[in-house]
Design a protein around this ligand. Structure first.
Ligand SMILES: Cc1cc2nc3c(=O)[nH]c(=O)nc-3n(C[C@H](O)[C@H](O)[C@H](O)COP(=O)(O)OP(=O)(O)OC[C@H]3O[C@@H](n4cnc5c(N)ncnc54)[C@H](O)[C@@H]3O)c2cc1C
Length: 274
């Protein structure tokens, strides 16, 4: 843990597979008990930090008869364990600083004591607990990027002049600046509220999904406006907004897509009302 905290070692979270993305509970990687070990077999896809990670949290099915979430367990697997292989780094649209790749397990022998929670069948619950927190985290990242984009947009539009006046004095440009500022503020307020409630011990599963849904979509709109107020410059890679425009696209996809957040929110609403 101290080495993870200092960044001396990196870890990865292995849930997604080639045939199991949004429907994560359908994962097929298997972990079969063999004496004091488990033998892991399967492929994980798009794993962030995969090329560099020293430690992997791996979700695998320990009960082949249970095709749902209850058959899944979580394991800690060290990066140099024989049978753990890394595919070539993926060629991504953005977020070039965060590398992803396939992680392939081929009879990878993991000590039985590396099962998280000490017993089989807890893995999916563990993954979902992590995702609640992860969704709040991603939401906060979206807010941070949105604030940076508002700053970039304001600076550029105050400096550049067209029609004899700074862009920031033209009302249609002001509308874009104001909408982005307002949306970034709304996102920040949501995340702060949900995070406070989580700190107070409240179950924030619905609120974390609300934050992820709103903030990921919000930063997409803010990035789009940031490119627009920069005009042609916004399309050029010398300007930060071009990179952010590509980078933020991911937020609507990972840690549960926007559609999955909608399903989680509505499902929880119906359950709570029944
Ligand atoms: C750069 C990057 C990094 C990632 N890092 C990790 C990582 O570290 N660890 C990890 O485990 N995973 C990681 N992922 C995987 C990511 O979590 C998945 O890509 C994501 O959950 C979506 O799964 P999928 O790609 O299989 O899309 P699919 O599940 O095939 O979805 C395709 C589309 O269908 C929609 N859809 C699916 N089911 C429904 C439904 N029931 N109702 C309505 N719409 C639906 C989705 O919203 C989406 O729009 C990463 C992905 C990327 C791109």
């Amino acid at each position: 843990m101290p080495r993870l905290a200092t960044g001396e070692i990196l870890s990865s979270f292995c849930l997604t597979e080639p045939d199991s993305g949004s429907d994560a509970a359908s994962l097929r990687t298997t972990a079969v008990r063999d004496g004091d070990h488990y033998l892991l077999n399967g492929t994980k896809r798009y794993i962030t930090n995969g090329p560099e990670a020293d430690l992997f949290t791996v979700m695998a099915r320990t009960d082949p008869d249970n095709k749902g979430a209850g058959g899944i367990s979580a394991f800690i697997v060290e990066g140099d364990t024989p049978g753990l292989m890394r595919g070539p780094a993926d060629n991504k649209m953005g977020q070039k600083g965060a590398h992803t790749c396939d992680i392939i397990f081929d009879n990878c022998r993991v000590p039985a004591e590396n099962i998280i929670g000490g017993q089989e069948g807890q893995g999916f619950k563990t993954a979902m607990k992590v995702l609640d927190r992860g969704r709040l985290h991603i939401s906060a990242v979206c807010v941070g990027v949105a604030e940076r984009l508002v700053e970039e947009s304001l600076r550029y539009t105050m400096e550049r002049k067209q029609f004899g006046a700074p862009l920031a004095e033209h009302q249609l440009v002001q509308a874009m600046l104001a909408d982005s500022k307002t949306e970034a503020y709304a996102g920040k307020t949501m995340v702060m509220d949900a995070a406070r409630r989580k700190d107070d011990g409240e179950n924030v599963s619905t609120l974390a999904s609300c934050c992820k849904l709103f903030c990921a979509e919000m930063v997409g709109r803010v990035a789009d406006r940031a490119v627009q107020v920069h005009g042609g410059a916004g399309y050029m890679s010398e300007y930060a907004v071009e990179r952010f425009y590509r980078d933020v696209r991911l937020f609507r996809i990972y840690e549960g897509t926007t559609q999955i957040q909608q399903l989680v929110i509505a499902r929880n609403m119906v359950r709570e009302a029944s």
